[in-house]
Design a protein around this ligand. Structure first.
Ligand code: NAD
Length: 508
């Protein structure tokens, strides 16, 4: 096993379950080698022009410029605010303006004292890991985040290979993105970055080759830029809409895709609750991450009568024991234009608590829907929940997993729990190929049936209870003894992937 300076990498950690499941089923040695490392690891660079910025001066420095006259700008809306306190200085801000600059410092009333910083070309590191395509085109999200690495993308790409197999959609696994904090760049800069990403990567992607989708820091708008860049100038460009999924419904996206991952998380939770005869109405829920996945899951659970008692994100935590007003929280985070970090912090309908206290809140279910490696051994010791439903990818560390098992806290692993996104991505891709439009009710009904079936198979493998019902068939998939549910999910993925290699054979 590869280690870096004697330390296990994120990828090594992530592949532990793979090795365990592979041992259990006696995975064919050649298939194991095929899956142990990705098919391709693309690292490349994209450059774009950055606009000029107004960067706020510290209080002390600003004091030295206190007698600079306030400048007046007619088109003050041309100053685009960024999360780090800077403003993007679009040129039209200067039209009909009355400005005073001293040594590059400007005073803008109601906004503060700023240094004008010149823009220019910048370079960003980009990645796309194509892990495996034996079951179909590479498929996986694009992440724009400051803390990404080759190792992380390798782990996430492998996860996609398992997830598409478990979800039984005809895709392989991939993941990629750009190392950037998107909140500190203008919309136009993000657009240019997305276009350049596809410009550089175009020859390796396509509706039958590699199909990106949104992940952390990306959204349907970015998918639209990517589709435009890929199809621009192509003769039959309407046939290529399936090159990305997670698009806006008006340009070929699927009804239900925006909330699909959250919807899938809730479907899995419903299955868990049904088996244990626990009502979801009134159930107490903790949600970490209030972006696409966390907010969707919270909205759906709230509408079902569950109580979302605390939400934590990258910038704060809000808590209300009787349950938060979720629609109001969604408005605060996603519709308030002054909330530049899209954070729950500052929400007036709940009390601010520390992240430490968040993990200790008494609840029935925790939905981690932020980043990886949040539920460490320490965190798992503190949790007071019955179920962890993994909306995020890789939220639980190996230690965390061990503690959850010892404490008999149930887990619905990411590869099944958050598979709703890729399942509806497949429906979107199908609709694009067939030039069809399905209704949201149709999409959700298909999604629920697919998830329930695969959830039941994973459960049977975990309990070693092969059976055939009207809705699923787990015969021939169990390993002869009960296994933990994460291993069970990988067993299902590997059996489905191995069949392709064994039945189709190798080219040499
Ligand atoms: P997003 O960018 O919409 O939201 C991310 C959320 O996580 C934000 O609320 C952010 O504040 C929070 N966050 C970031 N760092 C944090 C930290 N250190 N502590 C607490 N919160 C933090 O992203 P998303 O699309 O909702 O994805 C969330 C997770 O779900 C990721 O792990 C992603 O890989 C996974 N996922 C997403 C999809 C999808 O369809 N979008 C599908 C499957 C899995």
């Amino acid at each position: 096993m590869t280690t870096r300076n004697g330390k296990r990498t994120i990828y090594d950690e992530a592949m532990q379950t793979f090795h365990r499941a592979a041992d259990l089923i006696g995975l064919d040695p050649r298939v194991r080698l095929e899956l142990e490392e990705p098919d391709f690891e693309h690292i490349f660079y994209v450059t774009i022009e950055i606009h000029d910025r107004l960067v706020p001066l510290g209080a002390e420095e600003a004091q030295a410029f206190r007698d600079v006259h306030p400048s007046s700008m007619k088109a003050a809306d041309a100053l685009e605010p960024l999360a780090n306190g800077s403003f993007v200085l679009h040129r039209r801000a200067l039209l009909e303006s009355d400005l005073e600059l001293r040594r590059g410092v400007i005073h803008i009333p109601q906004r503060g004292v700023f240094r004008v910083e010149k823009g220019g070309p910048r370079r960003f590191k980009a990645y796309r890991i194509q892990h495996n395509q034996v079951r179909g085109p590479y498929k996986g999200g694009i992440r724009f985040h400051k803390d990404v690495s080759l190792d992380l993308f390798k782990a996430l790409a492998a996860d996609m290979t398992w997830k598409t197999a478990i979800a039984e959609v005809p895709f392989g696994g991939a993941k990629g993105g750009i190392k950037i904090d998107p909140f500190n760049y203008s919309r136009e800069e993000i657009e240019h970055l997305s276009l350049r990403y596809v410009y550089k990567f175009k020859r390796f992607m396509g509706p039958f080759l590699d199909i990106p989708a949104p992940d952390v820091g990306t959204n349907p708008e970015i998918m639209a830029y990517m589709m435009r860049q890929f199809t621009d100038g192509e003769r039959e460009h309407h046939k290529l809409r399936g090159v990305v999924t997670g698009k806006d419904v008006r340009i070929g996206g699927s009804e239900g895709r925006l909330h699909a991952t959250g919807q899938g998380v809730v479907c899995c939770i419903e299955e868990w609750a049904r088996e244990r005869e626990r009502p979801l109405e009134g159930a107490r829920i903790l949600v970490q991450g209030f972006g696409n996945v966390g907010a969707s899951a919270a909205e759906i659970l709230h509408a079902m009568g569950a109580r979302i008692v605390a939400v934590n994100d990258a910038h704060g935590t809000v808590h209300r024991d009787e349950g938060l007003d979720v629609p109001a929280l969604v408005h605060h985070v996603h519709q308030d234009p002054t909330n530049l970090r899209r954070t729950v912090a500052g929400f007036p309908g709940g009390a601010a608590i520390s992240k430490d206290d968040f993990w200790r809140v008494d609840a029935d279910i925790l939905v981690p829907a932020a980043l990886g490696e949040e539920i460490t051994g320490d965190v798992a010791e503190r949790l007071r929940v019955r179920l962890v439903a993994e909306g995020a990818n890789g939220p639980t560390t190996r230690d965390g997993d061990r503690v959850l098992q010892t404490r008999r806290i149930d887990v619905i692993p990411d590869v099944i729990c958050n598979a709703g996104g890729v399942t509806v991505s497949y429906y979107e891709w199908l609709q694009n190929q067939r030039l069809e439009r399905w209704t949201e009710a149709d999409v959700n009904a298909r999604l629920a049936a697919a998830l329930r079936k695969n959830y039941a198979i994973v459960r049977d493998i975990a309990r070693d209870r092969p059976q055939r019902t009207a809705h699923h068939d787990s015969r021939g998939l169990c390993v002869g003894r009960p296994v933990d549910v994460r291993t069970a999910a990988l067993v299902l993925a590997l059996r489905r992937i191995e069949a392709h290699y064994l039945l189709e054979g190798f080219s040499q």
